[in-house]
Design a protein around this ligand. Sequence first.
Ligand code: ADP
Ligand code: MG
Ligand code: MG
Length: 255
Amino acid sequence: MSVLEIRDLHVTVETEAGETPILNGMTLTIKTGQTHAIMGPNGSGKSTLAYTIAGHPKYTVTSGSITLDGEDVLEMSVDERARAGLFLAMQYPVEIPGVTVTNFLRTAKSAIDGEAPSLRAWTKDVKQAMSNLRMDPKFAQRNVNEGFSGGEKKRHEILQLELLQPKIAVLDETDSGLDVDALKIVSEGVNRAKEATDLGVLLITHYTRILRYIRPDHVHVVVGGRIVEEGGPELADRLEDEGYDRYLAPADGAV
Ligand code: ADP
Ligand code: MG
Ligand code: MG
């Protein structure tokens, strides 16, 4: 079992106005085999949490910690985080000219495992994973992210997840821009990875829609850069009915 522990995390981002605090004491523990949903209104700091776990240079941790099985994640380079077993979907959002999907995936797999997978087995695995996600085999020969549609980007993300077999995956707005059919296919991919490898998932989303297909065991509501409420799947159901208004417009006399 692996554990990702986020403790009292404070994060600032550099803006024209200087260093602006975005996360104000975020505490969260994710174990392999668990699915946690982070939900909240726009601008509450959800993506900032994902970028901070990913090691994006724009985000500065001013206090608090992130550890994976006791190892200091904040001291790790982006590559080291991947090798340690963290999957951060937004890690490679850029176009990589001249690098095909299949070569990119094999390079990533080799970097994580410390050795290249046998070409034969690898080709078979990629084919299988692509067929699971109902992707056109031609997709493997496209250049990474070059002209990918929103839906193709998301499927490529889940293809990586299935093939790289991380311990903990952070998925930020994986549901955005997907129609219902694509959402189901992508969700099935995440659920397959959960079953096959006991993956831990940190599923970040504004909307409850994806949670019908990927059921979280824990739901955390983030407002103003900190968790304001936690519960089980029933909390997601309540948010679907009520939205975030109750967190944003407290009644008179409330804190
Ligand atoms: P969410 O994902 O919950 O919508 P974000 O983490 O993207 O929220 O943003 C939280 C707040 O931090 C917003 O006010 C946003 O404008 C600000 N912010 C986040 N990243 C940056 C950035 N790179 N530059 C400037 N402001 C940022
Ligand atoms: Mg946003
Ligand atoms: Mg966001």
